[in-house]
Structures are given as structure tokens and as C-alpha cells.
Design a protein around this ligand. Structure first.
Ligand SMILES: *[C@@H]1O[C@H](CO)[C@@H](O)[C@H](O)[C@H]1NC(C)=O
Ligand SMILES: *[C@@H]1O[C@H](CO)[C@@H](O)[C@H](O)[C@H]1NC(C)=O
Length: 513
């Protein structure tokens, strides 16, 4: 009985973690083109473009499908993928494109809607397109979180009121500091581009920029006026529950591009995205579907090998890296002469000004000529290794190979990367903590029977400080070799002494006694 249940849940689990990693080793182009935002004309800023050579200023699904080649690894996929590029501004004002390493990886994660797992995953329909992120954004505004702090544990996001689409959108961006001599950081761990001194000191293999797309769909519109309101994020960004009205689960698209920031180690200057953003809050990406619908549906239904290798999906015709690299976009008009690679002179492509926040980069507000002081000496969340049980289990880049024979170890606690990140030594000027001192804590509630308190932590949300007591029960599954660690986060309502199995939580308002 019990064993059957265990096996069934492991099978479900396997399915829920399946994904494949589409490799786009070739870059189709580096150009000011963005057919979603500015169809028919050059776009405001430059993008690194990958995918079908049928791409252009306003390509239809058919145009993409009729392209001669794709710069990605699966020949049948004629989709288009694009995102901003990373430039380096030298001290003398000259811009230079940072080397992009390995092209782009587009992960297709296959995670059903948590509240309706049997509904499965629907292939992108013909004509489907979407944007993730907001190029005008210049701040991070989820809860009261300093943008340099690590996110609270995912299991309490809802409790903290941090599952609004605007919150999830900001957490869908990641800047992963790469150092292959260490265990990799978790995906989407840091939501801003670290300053150059940090990159120089810690990220000797460059920075990996990550972007998760919304994967819940309203089931009818292939596009919308803002290119995003026909889709929504599930409540944990990469997975979880889809919001009401967005009940059709699509494959989860996750872009990764690596930029060799280390090539400028010790060189004075700063990094800036092609949209004039030095902090990364305005990072974004675009997708136009170019898959044959049935093939993608079949792949979504059957290509569930946990290795994530595109070669392990027998439906795909794989092409070599050389073929991917040979696929290029024919540029025309002004775009064919505009310099976007190497050293490009004293302005970004399209003359995009650098704009610091926190106001959105909209309209004709004169751009700040120098970085505001608040931009400089803030403590930086430091290195923290990711957990293999977290998002993307198949090994992102140089992780240790995971054996697929063994059922994955699930530790909700670990996956959530809960503890506040250790702080890097603060740079000279110390910044007053934005959080008021928490009121003294009432004594800890006893753990419910059968559970053990493993740790307590404080979270601040507005003027409410909550103490979250994490308790844990360990269940040994006899059949499988894996130990399933289930974390139940529990809390107590102070007045009502109400006990819930989920969050036991104590509220205290600041300034009250
Ligand atoms: C999954 O992929 C691995 C190689 O990465 C292969 O050895 C294995 O046979 C595949 N499993 C299935 C069920 O196809
Ligand atoms: C932060 O960014 C959002 C979105 O661009 C904007 O609406 C808000 O006004 C900004 N906050 C500040 C303090 O400028």
C-alpha cells in the first residue's frame, strides 16, 4: 500500500522535473531588431538573437517556419529567441561588446500546474509569442527586500504577499556568478548584475544571465497588446500554481546566456546591458514560437528523460555546433552597417543612454550622467552554492553529473535556499539597515508532536515582523534509496493560538507595545 503510493509519487515527481535543454550555440545576429515591441522598424536597443533565419522586423509563424536554418540544435525548431546583450563601457567612454560564451541555452521545463497536475502541458500554438521582463524597470520592489538580499524561502512567498505577478516578474531574472572551481550558485538566486569589483573578485568564468518566462496561459490568445497579459507566472515563478484564468500550462521557457565579464578583469569601466541598464532590473527577453505543433506536443508528452539532453529526445533531429554557427541573419539597410560587435564607439547601438533608477526609464527625462551615490557602496549578497534538488535538476552546465537512475532527493527546505544570504564585507560607507529593529520575540512555540524544530528565522514584510519556525519531519521510504525530507513550516497566531499545519506565525507590529 504504502510502497505503491511511494512509487506513484516518485513517478509523478520524475515527470514534474523533466526538461530539455535546447542549445543555441550559434548567434543568428546582434542587432537592433525586436518584432514584438517595434514591428517593422529597428528596435530601440540591440539584442542577441538566436533561432530561425526567417527572423526579421516582423516575421510571422510561417516566415520563421520557412527560414533556411536555425542557429539552435534541434532542426525542427524554427522559433526565435532574443534578449539584450552585455557591453562594457571603458573609462574613456568607449563601448565594447562582451564575449558571449556558448550562445544561448533555452530550457524547456515540463512542470504541470501544481493544483491540476493531470491537465499536463500544452505545446505552444502556432503564432504564439511573448515577452518576459520589462526594459523600462530600474528598481527592485518586492516586499521590503533590499535587492541585494537573498529571497525568502519559496514556501512563505504567499504568506508574505509576494506572489503578485509584478513580484514574480522581478524574481524571474537571475545573474549567476560563474566560478567553475566552486559548486554553482542556484538559478535565479541573485536578481541584479553585480558591480564590476564584485565580478572581478568572484566571477572568474563570467556572469550567466537567466530569465524565466511565464508558463500559465489563458488558453486562447497567442499574443496581447503588452505581449505578456495573455500569460502569467505560476506562484513560485518556475513552478507552483497557475493563477485563475490562466489554467493552461505551457512548457516553461528559461533563457541562459553567459557573458565573459572576466575578459575585462582589472580594466577600469563598467558593464551595461544594451538597453542602458547597469543594474539588470530591466533585463527581458522575447520568444516567437516556431515549432511544428504536433512535434512539440509529442516531445512535451514523451521526452521526459531527466538528463535534459536534447539528444535524449528521439523525436529531435539534432544538428552540429558548426551548422548552428553557420546560420546567420541577413541584415539590411541601416542595420547592416550599424556596429554592434567589438569596440563600437562612444555610444550604445541606437544611442541608448545609460539610465539609473529607481524611476522607470521612460520618456525624455535627462539621463543621469554619473551613477548616483546609492548605486555604489551597498553590501552585496555573497556566494551561496545552489542545491541540486532546486530548479533544473539535470545539471546546469558544469554541475556534477547526476545519475538519473536514482530518484531525485527532494528537500523542500534545501530547495528554498531559505537562510538570509551571508553578507559580503561592507564597503567603507556603512548603510543603515532599512529594517527597524524587531521587537523582542516571545518564546518559541513548541513544535507539533512528531516534528522537530530545525531553525527559526525572521522575515519582514512592511511593518510586520514575523518569526517563522521551521519544523521538520523525516520520513524514511523503504523501497527507494532516497530519503524524503518534508519540511513543514509552521507558525502560531499569537492571539488565537491557532494552529495550522502550514505556517505558524507570529505577528508583531512595530511601534506597538
Ligand atoms: C536517458 O538518457 C541517458 C543518457 O543521457 C540514456 O543512457 C538513457 O538510456 C535514457 N533513458 C531513456 C529511458 O531513454
Ligand atoms: C520602481 O519601478 C516601478 C516599475 O518601473 C515604478 O512603477 C516605480 O515608480 C519605481 N519606484 C520608484 C521609487 O521610482
Amino acid at each position: 500500500m504504502r510502497a505503491d503510493r511511494t512509487l506513484a509519487s516518485l513517478a509523478l515527481l520524475g515527470k514534474a522535473l523533466a526538461f530539455w535543454r535546447l542549445e543555441c550555440r550559434g548567434r543568428l545576429s546582434m542587432a537592433r531588431i525586436d518584432p514584438l515591441v517595434t514591428p517593422g522598424e529597428p528596435s530601440v536597443h540591440a539584442h542577441a538573437i538566436h533561432g530561425s533565419s526567417g527572423f526579421g522586423l516582423n516575421p510571422s509563424y510561417e516566415d520563421l517556419m520557412n527560414g533556411d536554418c536555425t542557429s539552435c540544435g534541434v532542426k525542427q525548431d524554427m522559433s526565435a529567441y532574443w534578449a539584450p546583450a552585455l557591453y562594457f563601457r571603458h573609462e574613456d567612454g568607449e563601448y565594447e561588446l562582451v564575449n558571449q560564451v556558448g550562445g544561448m541555452l533555452a530550457y524547456y521545463t515540463l512542470r504541470p500546474d501544481a493544483k491540476n497536475p493531470d491537465a499536463g502541458i500544452r505545446a505552444f500554438p502556432p503564432g504564439f509569442r511573448m515577452v518576459a521582463g520589462d526594459t523600462t524597470r530600474r528598481n527592485y520592489s518586492v516586499g521590503t527586500q533590499n535587492f541585494k538580499d537573498a529571497d525568502p524561502e519559496k514556501s512563505i512567498w504567499a504568506l508574505l504577499g509576494q506572489t503578485k505577478q509584478s513580484d514574480l516578474r522581478q524574481r524571474a531574472i537571475g545573474f549567476n556568478c560563474m566560478d567553475y572551481s566552486k559548486a554553482p550558485e542556484g538559478a535565479l538566486y541573485r536578481h541584479y548584475l553585480p558591480e564590476k569589483p564584485y565580478l572581478d573578485a568572484n566571477c572568474r568564468d563570467g556572469i550567466r544571465i537567466e530569465l524565466m518566462f511565464p508558463s500559465c496561459w489563458n488558453g486562447k490568445d497567442v499574443e496581447s497588446a503588452d505581449h505578456m497579459s495573455h500569460v502569467a507566472y505560476p506562484d513560485l515563478v518556475t513552478d507552483g500554481n497557475c493563477p485563475r484564468g490562466f489554467d493552461v500550462k505551457l512548457p516553461g521557457l528559461f533563457f541562459e546566456t553567459i557573458w565573459d565579464t572576466a575578459q575585462f578583469k582589472g580594466v577600469p569601466g563598467e558593464f551595461v546591458l544594451s538597453n542602458g541598464d547597469v543594474q539588470g532590473f530591466g533585463y527581458h527577453g522575447d520568444f516567437i514560437n516556431g515549432w511544428p505543433e504536433k512535434l512539440l506536443q509529442d516531445a512535451v508528452d514523451t521526452c521526459l528523460n531527466l538528463s535534459g539532453r536534447q539528444e535524449d529526445c528521439p523525436l529531435f533531429n539534432i544538428q552540429s555546433e558548426a551548422e548552428q554557427n553557420a546560420c546567420k541573419l541577413n541584415l539590411f539597410g541601416t542595420l547592416s552597417v550599424e556596429k554592434t560587435e567589438g569596440k563600437i564607439g562612444k555610444s550604445l547601438p541606437g544611442n541608448v543612454p545609460i539610465r539609473y533608477g529607481p524611476e522607470p526609464a521612460i520618456g525624455n527625462v535627462p539621463p543621469a550622467s554619473t551613477a548616483p551615490t546609492s548605486h555604489v557602496p551597498v553590501p552585496t549578497a555573497s556566494y551561496k552554492p545552489g542545491t541540486t534538488s532546486a530548479f533544473l535538476p539535470g545539471g546546469v552546465f558544469k554541475e556534477e553529473p547526476t545519475t538519473t537512475a536514482e530518484p531525485p532527493k527532494i528537500s523542500i527546505q534545501a530547495a528554498a535556499a531559505a537562510a538570509p544570504a551571508p553578507k559580503e564585507e561592507e564597503v567603507t560607507t556603512s548603510i543603515a539597515s532599512p529594517e527597524p529593529t524587531p521587537a523582542p520575540a516571545p518564546s518559541d512555540p513548541p513544535a507539533p508532536q512528531g516534528y522537530e524544530v530545525v531553525r527559526t528565522e525572521w522575515v519582514t514584510n512592511g511593518n510586520v515582523v514575523s518569526k517563522v519556525v521551521v519544523v521538520e519531519t523525516v520520513e524514511y521510504v523503504m523501497l527507494a534509496t532516497a530519503t524524503e525530507t518534508v519540511t513543514v513550516t509552521a507558525s502560531f497566531g499569537a492571539e488565537k493560538a491557532r494552529r495550522e499545519l502550514h505556517h505558524l506565525r507570529r505577528h508583531r507590529a512595530h511601534g506597538l507595545h
